[in-house]
Design a protein around this ligand. Structure first.
Ligand code: ADP
Length: 272
């Protein structure tokens, strides 16, 4: 709680007073703290690849350039770290857009079985490289109103995580089913807001420890930093996904068992 002196009144004949405002500032303080933590995280994340680029470039300039083999391997590191910077900046900008809700969604009806087949095709090469089988279980004729590009972005993110965090020879599966949920308020028109679709993306991967589960949608939160880094992760994918799902008035949850696999569950209202 914070007490603020807003005004002092001086009236005639000695009449006067103070206007004091007592307000709960804990929410404001929390937001401020989160913002400065985010800035600190961003700086740290950007500094790491920049330091690598600078260090390896310096070593090259200092003479390493004369040994072709060393030069090649250092240049490869510089190239990879620049790509990483690119991805980071792209994701930071994307996150800031979705957080401030500055993205107009273009809703249109999407038929889920053809949508999922197309999405799986986009990611098939990545799965193939790790010999990971992709299964889909989607009946024809299930529709949802969504922004197609954004829904694609959500799916690609979760599928590519599924592939990244699953050992070679594993499996990633997708299922879509219609569900009915009780509308939270009865002001919805009869039978309108109750229809949802449930999308499940499961993998047979490394899983997520129980204690980390509540935090994985936080910005830059990673269970294993080194592993995320080596697979090219920025630690922002799931935060972006969660915001995108919420922009569709949907929810995302996760269930996971270490060493067995993870399942991400998205529920989206059919109509908007
Ligand atoms: P990253 O770029 O690190 O993959 P994300 O925001 O996509 O960032 O995910 C955050 C963290 O959640 C990951 O670093 C990883 O530890 C964990 N994670 C996400 N998806 C999975 C999955 N399918 N299986 C196991 N761990 C996962």
């Amino acid at each position: 709680l914070e007490l603020n002196l807003v005004a002092i009144f001086h009236g005639r004949e000695g009449f006067g007073g103070l206007l004091l405002v007592l307000q709960d500032v804990s929410a404001i303080r929390r937001l401020e703290r989160m913002r400065s933590e985010f800035v600190a995280n961003v700086s740290h994340e950007l500094k790491t690849p920049i330091a690598a680029v600078k260090g390896f470039a310096e070593t090259l300039l200092g003479g390493a350039v004369n040994d072709p083999e060393t030069a090649r391997s250092f240049l490869k590191i510089i190239f990879d770290e620049s790509e990483r910077l690119n991805r980071l900046i792209g994701d930071i900008l994307e996150l800031s857009k979705v957080e401030s809700r500055r993205i107009p969604l273009q809703f249109s009806p999407i038929e889920m079985s053809s949508f999922i087949s197309d999405t799986v095709e986009f990611i098939a090469a990545q799965a193939h490289r790790k010999n990971i089988r992709m299964d889909m279980k989607v009946d024809q004729g299930i529709y949802v109103e969504a922004d197609e590009d954004r829904l694609r972005q959500i799916m690609m993110n979760l599928l590519s995580n599924g592939i990244n965090y699953t050992p070679d020879g594993g499996r990633v599966s997708i299922s879509v089913e219609p569900i009915v949920k009780k509308a939270p308020h009865n002001d919805a028109a009869e039978g309108e807001d109750d229809d949802y679709i449930r999308i499940k993306i499961s993998d047979t991967g490394i899983g997520i420890p129980k204690k980390d589960l509540p935090r994985i949608f936080e910005r830059f939160y990673r269970v294993d930093k080194a592993r995320s880094r080596s697979s090219g992760g920025t630690g922002l994918g799931l935060s972006i996904v969660k915001h995108l799902v919420e922009l569709h008035k949907g929810t995302i949850t996760v269930e996971s068992t270490v060493g067995v696999g993870s399942t991400f569950i998205i529920e989206l209202p059919v109509l908007h």
